[in-house]
Design a protein around this ligand. Structure first.
Ligand code: PLP
Length: 419
């Protein structure tokens, strides 16, 4: 490492600089175990950080007390309401209009069951988080695509067209939105969300806003809770502390209903509330209530990594497109210039996926030739095939090494048509 890089890294104190590769390799989770030890994993959305002290203290207390029974109370929703008021200036969260669900994706499935029937349509905006396809298909609904438009932002014309198709024949329909958007890191503006709410109202489409990445909005952008937007009173939002505090292994999430959706939420079967873990709820509550200083440190680190990644892409990956994300810790790299995507490669389509690590095109090349694991764009739906998603919630050292390896692989690689 050059001495300037070493000095820059040494000046950082955020959670992303605390763990070494050797420590991380001791983890038994998906990110660090799916690939052999010579691979740097920058794919699935886990972060390479230690636990926030508030969460660690809660877990120690749970262990000391043997407090591992069934959940009780509304502390999770109360903590989120206070966090939302403080961070986003939104005081519209009504604890009585919330339900604790096992996790965000299962919460989405349960909310879609309230709003639609078998065979009804669920609109998504690809490229988008691949489980949107798989879980919608699993719940017997049909995916209708409204691809992102210019600047990879929500496209009102595409949404209008998809909403009309989704409602054809009088079917009920929902729009499953990622706010902020995974994989592009786009943070929808208030004006964009107001336009979505108006369009959805006009077409009789119910909006389900997945806001799991909401606490991870970086300097320069501002998160708007969809339920705080005029016209969204009949919408749902799903959220969780699991992305921002790295708690995917401690299952719990919240479904929030707008005032006009409260009757729908009341129809959610009681059994759904048996899924979340008591320990998960305690950990998520502690994160939202007492983990905000840690979150601010993390956001400083992610901001630094976002800038570092921009410099590394410029240095090592000429020709590859990178628009810095406004939120999340995910970067969407456009590898069209490599010419590696093959329409006929027979790889899985979204929704047919067996494993989230299914690879094709540029991601397969970077795994084979750089030993860097990225998420393959083809599983994110229309518009994804030439892209890869890179998780930059890691140390600057790992990021530098991964991008240098990718640069060497790229230099040694010529597109198939040039061979
Ligand atoms: C947009 C989005 N929704 C949902 C999830 C998964 O959430 P959960 O594990 O709570 O189902 C993720 C995970 O990365 C995500 O990015």
């Amino acid at each position: 490492m050059e001495s300037a890089d070493a000095a820059a890294d040494a000046a950082r104190t955020d959670p992303l600089v605390r763990l070494t590769v050797d420590q991380l390799r001791q983890r038994s989770s998906m990110k660090w175990r799916t690939h052999p030890a010579d691979v740097l994993p920058l794919w699935v959305a886990e972060m390479d950080v230690p636990l926030a002290p508030a969460v660690a203290e809660t877990l120690h207390r749970v262990a000391d007390l043997g407090d591992t029974g069934y959940p009780h109370g509304t502390a999770y929703a109360e903590a989120l309401a206070a966090f939302a008021a403080e961070r986003w200036g939104w005081d519209g969260l009504r604890v009585e209009h919330t339900a604790i669900v096992p996790d965000v994706m299962l919460g989405i499935v349960e909310v879609l069951r309230l709003l639609t029937g078998p065979g009804d349509a669920v609109v998504v905006s690809p490229p988008v988080y691949p489980p949107f396809y798989a879980f919608v298909a699993h719940s017997g609904r049909e995916v209708v695509e409204a691809p992102l438009g210019p600047g990879l932002r929500l496209d009102p014309a595409a949404l209008e067209d998809a909403f009309a198709r989704a409602r054809r024949g009088g079917r009920r329909a929902a729009f499953l939105m990622s706010n902020p958007h995974n994989p592009t890191g786009v943070v929808h503006t208030r004006a964009e969300l107001e336009a979505v709410a108006a369009l959805a109202r006009r077409h009789g489409v119910r909006v389900v806003s997945d806001e799991i990445h909401a606490p991870l909005v970086l300097t320069g952008a501002r998160f708007t809770p969809f339920l705080g937007v005029p016209g969204a009173e009949n919408a749902f939002a799903l959220t969780s502390a699991s992305k921002a505090w790295n708690l995917a292994g401690l299952k719990a999430a919240l479904a929030l209903a707008g005032p006009e959706a409260a009757d729908d939420l009341a129809r959610m079967p009681e059994e759904v509330g048996h899924g979340p873990s008591h320990v998960g709820i305690l950990a998520h509550t502690a994160a939202l209530r007492d983990g905000t200083d840690w979150l601010d440190d993390l956001l400083r680190g992610l901001d630094a990594n976002r800038a570092l990644l921009g410099a590394l892409v410029e240095r090592h990956l000429p020709g590859i497109g990178y628009v810095p994300p406004q939120g999340t810790y995910l970067a969407w790299l456009d590898c069209t210039a490599l010419g590696l995507h093959d329409e006929d490669d027979g790889s899985a389509a979204p929704g047919e996926l067996g494993v989230v690590s299914d690879l094709a095109g540029p991601a397969a090349m970077f795994l084979d030739e750089a030993r860097v694991a990225l998420s393959s764009g083809h599983v994110f739906g229309t518009g994804g095939a030439d892209c890869v998603r890179l998780n930059f919630a890691t140390s600057p050292g790992i990021l530098r090494e991964a991008l240098a390896r990718m640069g060497r692989a790229l230099a040694g690689h010529r597109p198939p048509r040039d061979r």
